[in-house]
Design a protein around this ligand. Structure first.
Ligand code: 4AD
Ligand code: MG
Length: 480
């Protein structure tokens, strides 16, 4: 009969209660020399070593100690004989809870490519890299809630299924229960969504912002943190079809308050991750150094991961207008030498990620906030400047990432908003509820959206967004 309670590997590795009997349960990472089991239980990126005395166990049982097998081990916690760890477990008894056929288990104790691991995303949690990535992801999610909670924000759950298109961009996934082969039609022959589940045409949300604005007009300060969906066919390392977004919305804030809030949030959550995931970030730093060895010198990062994160914490983000940025880009070497894929020759051009990254990585060498974009490349709800051509938008650009945050001060003046909506062919009838906030007690307010996976990318130093969300959704990708 077992009386000893299971300990977590993380706690045992920090313990010095030598001589006590302990129980560990976890998965075998490696088994060497018929003696040394490296066991991981997910509580830490580090394994504990369990040592079986030679000739003390049945051969048939030892053979079942294969990579991936689930085990339960009881033994004495002792000071480690070998180097590399402080403690180990001297096994008195062990049990195989679940076998893992060494011939068939795809994860072997060797380096696998990230591409391969993406194909076996159901198993990749069991690697050090993904253990670290998802621990950091968790820490960042927690820190986001803590940051806003401590400031008195209300966490608002906005709908996933909506009948509106918040960004006016129109790249949405439709939600329907209509019969595909034989949908009901109106007299004029169009699909009749009145007969659909919701009695109207609906989609997965691209943003919770419009609903967050409604709540901000009552609570003052709210934020959302939920999944959002975009059917844009961009097969890049920075786009997902399903991603998580954090959207704070604050009454009485102007664009400067908005920038300050975003900068504080980013610094706070990065610091929290560094404080609580030191082992994981150290591991990811070394992983990145290793990965970059195969790259030519000029493509390697100037700073290692920890230095890059610290640099971001210790510097004010550079703030400048879109117009100033265009001047810098126009006169830049890659623009003059036609190294950019999209040459910047006139004001009004939408910035591509190559331009954003030039500003951040080469020109300023720190995070940048661009403001006051041309109204024609931004959404209808942004506050119009007196110049008639720009809006109170802000984008935050990060090294290696490009745009990580997009936000603005909102147009709180009813007539201006209605005019802009009609210019942009946004049906006012459908958004009557949004316009009501401007009719009843309208107030200046501002908010932004932080792409959660882009944040996780930055903090983990991973290079593909599909490696920082457990089961990525992207064009032609919806496995698991
Ligand atoms: O700039 P976006 O489109 O802004 C909005 O959706 C606003 N409603 C936000 C607001 O003001 N409340 O998206 C915000 C952020 C981007 O800066 C980017 O970090 C992330 O969301 N993002 C994506 N992340 C992954 N995959 C995609 N396809 C993304 N599209 C946007
Ligand atoms: Mg944007």
């Amino acid at each position: 009969m077992e009386t000893v309670k299971r300990s977590k590997v993380k706690d045992l590795l920090q313990s010095s209660a030598y001589g006590t009997e302990v129980m560990v349960k976890g998965w075998v990472r490696t088994f060497r020399n018929n003696q040394f089991i490296a066991v991981n239980d997910g509580s830490t990126i580090n394994n504990i070593q369990a040592v079986i005395a030679l000739n003390s166990a049945d051969d048939a049982l030892l053979k079942r100690l294969t990579t991936g097998a689930a085990v339960s081990i009881v033994g004495e916690l002792i000071e480690s004989q070998g180097k590399g760890q402080k403690v180990e477990v001297k096994v008195s008894h062990f049990e195989i809870l679940g076998d893992s056929d060494a011939e068939k288990f795809p994860l072997q104790p060797k380096k696998h490519s990230l591409e391969f691991l993406r194909e076996i995303a159901h198993l990749r949690f069991r690697t050090n890299t993904f253990n670290a990535v998802f621990k950091v992801r968790h820490a960042l999610a927690y820190a986001i809630h803590k940051f806003f909670n401590d400031k008195g924000f209300v966490y608002l759950h906005t709908p996933i299924i909506t009948a509106s298109d918040a960004e006016g961009a129109g790249e949405m996934f439709r939600v329907t229960c209509l019969d595909f082969d034989n949908p009901p039609r109106t007299e004029s022959g169009e699909v009749d969504f009145k007969q659909d589940f919701f009695g109207k045409s609906t989609n997965l949300t691209v943003s919770g912002q419009l609903e967050a604005e409604l709540a901000a007009m009552a609570f003052g300060e709210v934020y959302t943190f939920g999944p959002t969906f975009r059917a844009e066919n961009s097969n890049t390392t920075r786009h997902l079809a399903e991603f998580w977004m954090i959207e704070p919305e604050v009454a009485f804030n102007d664009l400067t308050d908005n920038m300050n809030l975003a900068e504080d949030l980013l610094k706070y959550v990065i610091k929290h991750a560094m404080d609580t995931c030191a082992d994981e970030i150290e591991f990811l730093k070394n992983r990145l150094l290793e990965e970059e060895k195969s790259k030519p010198q000029d493509e390697r990062s100037e700073l290692d991961l920890t230095a890059k994160l610290n640099f971001c914490l210790n510097n004010d983000f550079e703030r400048l207008t879109y117009t100033e940025a265009i001047e810098i880009l126009k006169n830049s070497t890659p623009n003059k030498k036609k190294k950019f894929k999209y040459i910047i020759d006139n004001w009004g051009a939408d910035l591509q990620s190559e331009h954003e990254r030039f500003l951040v990585e080469k020109h300023f060498k720190k995070p940048v906030i661009l403001t006051d974009y041309p109204k024609d490349i931004k959404a209808f709800y942004m506050r119009q400047n007196d110049d008639g051509t720009t809006v109170r938008a802000m984008d935050i650009l990060f090294p290696g990432i490009g745009e990580i945050v997009g936000g603005s001060q909102r147009e709180e003046r009813l007539e201006r908003l209605e005019k802009r909506m009609s210019e942009m062919h946004i049906p006012a009838e459908e958004l009557y509820w949004y316009l009501d906030t401007r009719k009843f007690g309208t107030a200046p307010h501002a908010g932004f959206g932080l792409g959660f996976e882009r944040l996780v990318l930055f903090v983990t130093g991973m290079t593909n967004i599909r490696d920082v969300i457990p089961f990525p959704r992207a064009p032609k990708t919806a496995e698991f």
